[in-house]
Design a protein around this ligand. Structure first.
Ligand code: TRP
Length: 330
C-alpha cells in the first residue's frame, strides 16, 4: 500500500503536525521500502504566502523536522512539490473535468469567502483541492495521513479518481483514504482550540527554551486556585501532557489534579520539562540540518529525481488516454 502525505511550507511544523502526521508517517514509511511519498507542499504554500523567502525557509524547517524525527530518506520518496512539475499538468486535466459548482462547496473556499472579499480570492485558492488530488493520484497513493481539516480535500480526490475511472472504464486511479490518528486528532493549542497556524495558538518545540516556556505558560486555564481540586479531563495542559508523557507520570498528574494543592503552574512546568526532555535529540538534530542547507537541498533533489520517474510514467499513461503525445525529455 502506498502512503503519501504533504505539509504546506507556510511556517515551522508545530506539535500538532509532529504528533498527528510526522511521527505516524515515519512509522508507516519504515514498514516497507519505497512505499511512502512525503513531500513539502510549496506550491500550495504559494496560495497564502507570496513571499518566496518565507516559503523557502519553511521548506528547510519542514525538511529538518522530518529528518530530525528519523525519516529514512533511502526508504521513501522525500521531495519538494514544486520540483515535480508533472503534478501541475495533472491538476490542469482534473480542473477541466471537475465541476465548478462542486468546488465552490469546498470548505477551504467557503471559509475564505466568509472572511474575505471574493475579489481577493485567487484561482489558486479555489483550485487548491484539485492540486491536492493531483499530488495524491499521480502516485497511486492509498493511505493519506492528514489532520482532520483535510478530510474534505481527500473526499474530493476520491471523487475525481472515481469520476475518471468511470469515464474511461478502467481503474486508472487508485482511490485514496484519509488516515487520521485518533489519539492525536484534536491536539489542543494554547487556547484549547485545535492547534493550527491560522489560530496562532501553536507550540513550537524548536523555539528556544525561553520562548517554549513562555508558550506553555500562556496555555489557557480556568481560574481555580492552587488549593482547588481540578478536573483532569477538562484542562488543556494535562491533555497535552497525556500525549507526551509516560503513563505513570500522567497518572501522577491526574492524581494531583484530583487531590488539589497542585496548581496549573506546576502542571505547566511539568509539561515544559517533559517536552524538553522528550525531544532533546530531535531539537539538536533539527538545528544540525538547519545549519546544513546544502545537505537538505541535496536530499530533496535526490528525492525529487526518484519521484519524478514515477510521476512521469503515470502522467504518460494519462496523456495516452487523453490522446496527447507522451512526454519526451531531453
Ligand atoms: N493541504 C495540506 C495541508 O494544508 C497539505 C497537502 C497538500 C497535502 N497536498 C497534499 C496533504 C496531499 C496530504 C496529501 O495540510
Amino acid at each position: 500500500m502506498i502512503m503519501l502525505t504533504g505539509i504546506r511550507s507556510t511556517g515551522i511544523p508545530h506539535l500538532g503536525n509532529i504528533l498527528g502526521v510526522i511521527i505516524p508517517s515515519i512509522n508507516m514509511s519504515n514498514k516497507k521500502k519505497n512505499s511512502s511519498f512525503i513531500f513539502i507542499a510549496d506550491l500550495h504554500a504559494l496560495v497564502d504566502v507570496k513571499n518566496i523567502k518565507i516559503i523557502k525557509d519553511s521548506v528547510y524547517q519542514i525538511a529538518s523536522t522530518w529528518l530530525a524525527f528519523g525519516l529514512n530518506v533511502d526508504n521513501c520518496f522525500f521531495y519538494r512539490q514544486s520540483d515535480i512539475s508533472e503534478v501541475t499538468e495533472l491538476a490542469w486535466y482534473f480542473s477541466c473535468f471537475f465541476s465548478y459548482k462542486r468546488l465552490t462547496l469546498s470548505h477551504s473556499f467557503k471559509e475564505k469567502i466568509k472572511n474575505n472579499f471574493i475579489k481577493k480570492i485567487s484561482l489558486g485558492l479555489f483550485s487548491y483541492p484539485i492540486l491536492m488530488a493531483a499530488d495524491i493520484l499521480l502516485y497511486d497513493a492509498e493511505i493519506i495521513p492528514v489532520g482532520k481539516d483535510q478530510i474534505q480535500h481527500i473526499e474530493i480526490s476520491r471523487k475525481i479518481a472515481k469520476f475518471f475511472n468511470h469515464k474511461i472504464n478502467k481503474n486508472l486511479f487508485t482511490i485514496p483514504n484519509a488516515f487520521l490518528k485518533k489519539t492525536t486528532m484534536l491536539i489542543p493549542g494554547l487556547d484549547g482550540k485545535k492547534m493550527s497556524k491560522s489560530k496562532n495558538n501553536l507550540i513550537n518545540i524548536f523555539s528556544t527554551n525561553e520562548i517554549l516556556k513562555k508558550q506553555i505558560l500562556s496555555i489557557n486555564t480556568d481560574n481555580k486556585s492552587l488549593k482547588d481540586k481540578k478536573n483532569p479531563y477538562k484542562d488543556y495542559i494535562i491533555s497535552l501532557y497525556r500525549l507526551l508523557a509516560p503513563t505513570d507520570k500522567v497518572k501522577e498528574m491526574e492524581n494531583n489534579y484530583i487531590k488539589g494543592g497542585y496548581g496549573y503552574l506546576d502542571a505547566k512546568i511539568s509539561l515544559y520539562e517533559c517536552i524538553i526532555h522528550k525531544f532533546s535529540k530531535e531539537r539538536e538534530k533539527f538545528f544540525y540540518y538547519m545549519d546544513n542547507k546544502k545537505l537538505l537541498d541535496n536530499i530533496l533533489f535526490i528525492g525529487a529525481k526518484k519521484a519524478k520517474i514515477i510521476a512521469k510514467k503515470k502522467l504518460n499513461i494519462i496523456r495516452k488516454y487523453l490522446n496527447f503525445n507522451t512526454l519526451f525529455y531531453i
